[in-house]
Design a protein around this ligand. Structure first.
Ligand code: C2O
Ligand code: CU
Ligand code: CU
Length: 500
């Protein structure tokens, strides 16, 4: 993948101009070229590489055609007929970003900024990068069409480096590779396929949103089922699930474990050896893989996560059960390799329940709309209802997500980082009958590879998932939402306001 190159300086800091443009790109040898939406002509967008505490500025411009390439449902809030069909706004996912640069869903803009959303304030965004080394990603966030804009191609990586990470002497380029995993489906002519109707269809609304969509083809870094040649040595992979709705449970066909060193918001305290990594949409895993005893092997990266997760169907082992392949060369390109895996990585202060100033219980639920489709909701509220979450600056809050739906939801909060406290089963029938939430088992600690700073958490069905969140460093208007993009677009997103 290409890197983003600054075009000039602003206040003595790097300034980037990024144009959203439509291109045709061949995504696989056997597939005719596909029309995709890109940042600066790259699918996925070019990767930013920045340093902690060194701010950058970005002018994002929309130079896309006036018609969407995917089916827009105009009954969805924010995507009505009176709105321009092609609207964009960029969010840096996991970024500690001031509200005016965060990409609020209603801060969208069209080509040449001719039309802008109610919350648009500025065209140039500033990213202060005041956070630990990690893998972030930037993607579109326009109200009511995020699922379509990201599916069309509007996503890319944003990597922050710092000295703590540097001191660990981890593999660097070309032995450090991002792996952005996405699923897509194609028409025989090579164009992207995204359904215009759910199953069963709703004839009164066409096109109509669906509760989720799973592509039948897996892409890594914009290529369908690619292979990568690697040397027999240690590699670092930054894995991102950039799919709309698909979860992945990732393993290597030769049984070699991953050594996970980081999660969404940076390094773990110590490495975790793990043969299966579960990633919901928007979650990241920073891993090391040692190919030194796999000379000449072909190793397939496998996926066996159900869709919808966790009660849906298993992937087909011959298609979506495979992600990509590593072809291990028999020789190293140089004799000097650093294959040392550090034993200690970082210090993570553990937040405990006693530090919390406020606790909120928030339902993850659904409700039928007037056409019988499911509206996914956060705490039973629609997007346009008044703001209900107003944490105080530097207040520490515990948010308990009570999932009363049948599927897992990856819940993401903008601007902040948090820790997972625990997960606990509760009596679902009791809730359905009496509306009371009664736990039925002990609280489970997060998985070893979740015991770091996170920005997206899997909230499983039939469970209460608790996170602890220090709200800072900025005040202002942000959003929290489910990162299954079909849910996010159809009401599973809410504003929150950090008050001074
Ligand atoms: Cu990656 Cu608000 O999202
Ligand atoms: Cu985000
Ligand atoms: Cu969801």
């Amino acid at each position: 993948m290409k890197h983003m190159v600054p075009s000039s300086c602003l206040n003595n800091q790097p300034f980037f101009e990024v144009r959203m443009i439509q291109i045709m790109k061949k995504l696989h040898r056997d597939l005719p070229p596909t029309k995709v939406w890109t940042y600066n002509g790259e699918f996925p967008g070019p990767t930013f590489r920045v340093w902690k505490n060194q701010p950058i500025h970005v002018l994002w411009t929309n130079e896309l055609p006036p018609k969407h390439i995917l089916p827009v449902d105009t009954t969805v809030h924010g995507a009505e007929r009176d709105k321009p069909e092609v609207r964009t706004v960029v969010h840096l996912h996991g970024g500690v970003t001031p509200a005016a640069s965060d990409g609020y869903p209603e801060a969208w803009f069209t080509k040449g900024f001719k039309k802008v959303g109610t919350h648009f304030t500025q065209a140039v965004y500033t990213y202060p990068n005041i956070q630990n080394a990690t893998t972030l990603w930037y993607h579109d966030h326009a109200m009511g069409i995020t699922r379509l804009n990201i599916y069309a191609g509007l996503a890319g990586l944003y990597i922050i480096h710092d000295e703590e990470e540097q001191r660990l002497d981890l593999p660097t380029i070309p032995y450090e590779l991002p792996l952005l995993i996405q699923d897509r489906s194609f028409h025989p002519d090579g164009s992207l396929f995204y359904p215009s109707q759910p199953d069963p269809p709703v004839p009164e609304v066409n096109p109509s949103v669906l509760p989720d969509f799973f592509g039948d083809t897996i892409l890594v870094n914009g290529n369908v089922w690619p292979y990568v040649e690697v040397e027999p040595r240690l590699y670092r992979f930054r894995i991102l699930n950039g799919s709309n709705a698909r979860f992945y449970r990732i393993s290597l066909s030769n049984g070699v474990p991953f050594v996970q060193i980081g999660t969404d918001q940076g390094l773990l305290a110590e490495p975790v050896s793990i043969t299966n990594i579960l990633l919901a949409p928007a979650e990241r895993a920073d891993v090391l893989v040692d190919f030194s005893s796999s000379k000449g092997e072909r190793i397939t990266v496998l996926n066996d996560a159900e869709s919808p997760f966790p009660q849906g169907t298993k992937p087909d082992p011959l298609t979506t059960g495979m992600i990509m392949q590593f072809r291990v060369k028999s020789q190293l390109s140089s004799s000097k390799t650093n294959d040392r895996i550090p034993t200690q990585l970082s210090f993570i202060p553990k937040l405990t329940e006693s530090q919390a100033h406020l606790k909120r219980q928030l339902l993850l639920n659904t409700r039928p709309d007037s056409y019988g489709r499911s509206i996914h909701l956060l705490d039973d509220r629609l997007w346009m209802e008044p703001i209900s979450e107003t944490p105080k600056l530097w207040g520490v809050e515990i948010w308990s997500f009570v999932n009363v739906t049948k599927a897992a939801h990856p819940i993401h909060l903008h601007m902040v980082r948090f820790q997972i406290l625990d997960r606990q089963p509760y009596d679902v029938e009791g809730f359905e009958e009496e509306g009371k939430i009664v736990p039925t088992g002990p609280r489970r600690s997060p998985d070893p590879n979740e015991r770091g700073w996170k920005d997206t958490v899997r909230a499983n069905p039939n469970e209460i998932t608790r996170i602890i969140v220090p709200f800072g460093p900025y005040t202002g208007l942000y959003v929290w939402h489910c990162h299954i993009l079909e849910h996010e677009d159809y009401e599973m997103m809410r504003p929150f306001y950090v008050i001074p």
